[in-house]
Design a protein around this ligand. Sequence first.
Ligand SMILES: Nc1ncnc2c1ncn2[C@@H]1O[C@H](COP(=O)(O)OS(=O)(=O)O)[C@@H](OP(=O)(O)O)[C@H]1O
Ligand SMILES: Nc1ncnc2c1ncn2[C@@H]1O[C@H](COP(=O)(O)OP(=O)(O)O)[C@@H](O)[C@H]1O
Length: 271
Amino acid sequence: MASYSSSVRLNSILSCCSNNNNNNNNNNNNVSSLLSITFHRIFVSNVRSEVVKPIKAIEESRTTYENFGIELESENPQNDCAGNNRLAGQSTNILWHDCPVGKIERQKLLKQKGCVIWITGLSGSGKSTVACALGQSLYRKGKLSYILDGDNVRHGLNNDLSFKAEDRVENIRRIGEVAKLFADAGIICIASLISPYIRDRDACRALLPDGDFIEVFMDVPLEVCEARDPKGLYKLARAGKIKGFTGIDDPYEAPLNCEVCFYLERCREIF
Ligand SMILES: Nc1ncnc2c1ncn2[C@@H]1O[C@H](COP(=O)(O)OS(=O)(=O)O)[C@@H](OP(=O)(O)O)[C@H]1O
Ligand SMILES: Nc1ncnc2c1ncn2[C@@H]1O[C@H](COP(=O)(O)OP(=O)(O)O)[C@@H](O)[C@H]1O
């Protein structure tokens, strides 16, 4: 059995993330090579999601839920449990403050291109495993990356959020914003979370320049994830002890046009 990390080959990720030219060259141009190397089991699609709306990270503009086109369905959709309005941006009379040292300078310093690699899939599909393998390989190549793992972020920043639909939306929104900051810092940000809704993932994509958001789908069937069940959560969900578990009694919307798809058959070749 090959180790997870040794099976990762990242030359294309590095070429995608390296900053040899400063013309903001689209990472998308390199995406094919990018993750085609990551694992032998990668399939690459060059087609970007049609769902993506052309909302871009215009620094002067605020990000609001309206940008995301999100309609929450709770009784008081605009209020979170603390009674705060989460729908509309609450910060008014604010102006963006620019610094002479920006993303381009930071990227030059780090000799890499900041971007977001967004790994989505069911619980147990292998998101964290792939995220760690990528992180290790990048580290060995001298590239600075940081993993935002859904489970881990819920221990801190997002520990006020449940798994209800509106809280998952907020979870993804916050992690999307944090990931964007990491990318702006010039860091290769690996976000690994279930992120079950297409619209939320596309909203995160729309925060970044074209090509800087690489969506990776762990296309592993529910039966396989359930058989793995490393944390025993599927068993609890089947027993009705966890309500609203993704794939059991909560939805998962598979990507329509992600950049990279890990198929189970290919996974078997390695593991
Ligand atoms: N109800 C329910 N549904 C799905 N997952 C659950 C649930 N309750 C707890 N967990 C554990 O939380 C981890 C998923 O957190 P995420 O932040 O990635 O979820 S989400 O993106 O907001 O849907 C997930 O971790 P992973 O197995 O790494 O995916 C689970 O361990
Ligand atoms: N390709 C694979 N083949 C077999 N087992 C795997 C594979 N990838 C991950 N695993 C195992 O599956 C379980 C879930 O992996 P993990 O990365 O924690 O998934 P997730 O983060 O999506 O919940 C772990 O026990 C891990 O060792």
